[in-house]
Design a protein around this ligand. Sequence first.
Ligand code: GAL
Length: 411
Amino acid sequence: MKSRFFAAALAASAALYGGASYATDLEVTHWWTSGGEAAAVAEFAKAFDATGNHWVDGAIAGAGDTARPIMVSRITGGDPMAATQFNHGRQAEELIQAGLMRDLNDVAEKEHWKDVIRPASLLKGCTVDGKIYCIPVNIHSWQWLWLSNKAFADAGVPVPKNWDEFVAAAPALEKAGKIPLAVGKQSWQTAGAFNVLMVAIAGKEIFQKVYGDKDKAVAAGPDIAKVFKAADDARKMSAKSNVQDWNQATNLVITGEAGGQIMGDWAQGEFQVAKQVAGKDYTCLPGLGVHEVISTDGDSFYFPKLADAEKSKAQEVLASTMLSPKTQVAFNLKKGSLPVRGDVDLAAANDCMKKGLDILAKGNVVPATTELLTEDTNTQINDLFAEFFANPSMAPEDAQKRFVDIVASAQ
Ligand code: GAL
């Protein structure tokens, strides 16, 4: 009697885990909760479940700024998840230094990550004292202006080809009842827009001097003053943009209520979910149509040290699954980002992704701010731009002075 019950229970659990006999549950935390992001992360879950293990989804709503402190405090507080998203670069620096994260050297060597992952800087960003602590899963870039073709048609003006034409079209858009520029109110979005304006308007050398070399004089100089002037235009153009989340702002572009949005290539996932077609329904201008330069930003997964040997083994399976050619293509096509390996077939990439690939191939790239600056400095910049966009009486010159102080004290 007892053994029959046991057999039935075993059969039920095998059915639950798709027939695998040793399914290991791994909780994976991330902040991918918009329509496009959820579709992309579901590809990871599907691929991991197909290995006979089980992805326990730990989505945290409210974007990275909300999610990261929760992730960090779970790890430092002794309640680690099995894997977690961070952006490429310095966000996990302190956790690694504290000895809380495991390295992936064995699997990286076995699978030749150093030969496979491109550009090489991505894996460098995961490496501390010769040990590899994360797996980069995509290359994405911030430097895009997404325009609604409908909004411009309604306003009776041509779709702009660059930032200046966009600014010039703002009065016509307003007259037609549109919000010229949709910007979500979270601080990372306003700071992100400023950083994009910096690369587009001042160029990549100035960006590198300010954020790479922390050059105070350049931050205080005329090139950055021009960027603050453009940020002032962006502030005026977005005065009626009353949304919080980035994907709500993208939705204003999708419906044609707003003319455009400055946002990373993950916005593409939203256009895809809404079945919009690049070139027909919307237009994408990399580098705001001014300097076609993109950043090699992106997401990586890190793996806290776990006491459970089985889970530790499954962490390696997860890392390897995320990098497999098939998963890389499936995930990145839904996400709107680019794979971290060059040996995959991207024939299905849409027009905007192809533009991104082309710019990448030419080497017109800048590092991510998350690689150049600490989380602390990025937070100070976020705070400054949240205030600048919320307070129309803050003069661009005053904001620039505060910016110079932040750059001067950055590590
Ligand atoms: C970034 C993340 C992107 C995208 C974006 C908006 O930090 O790297 O993949 O999801 O946030 O949530």
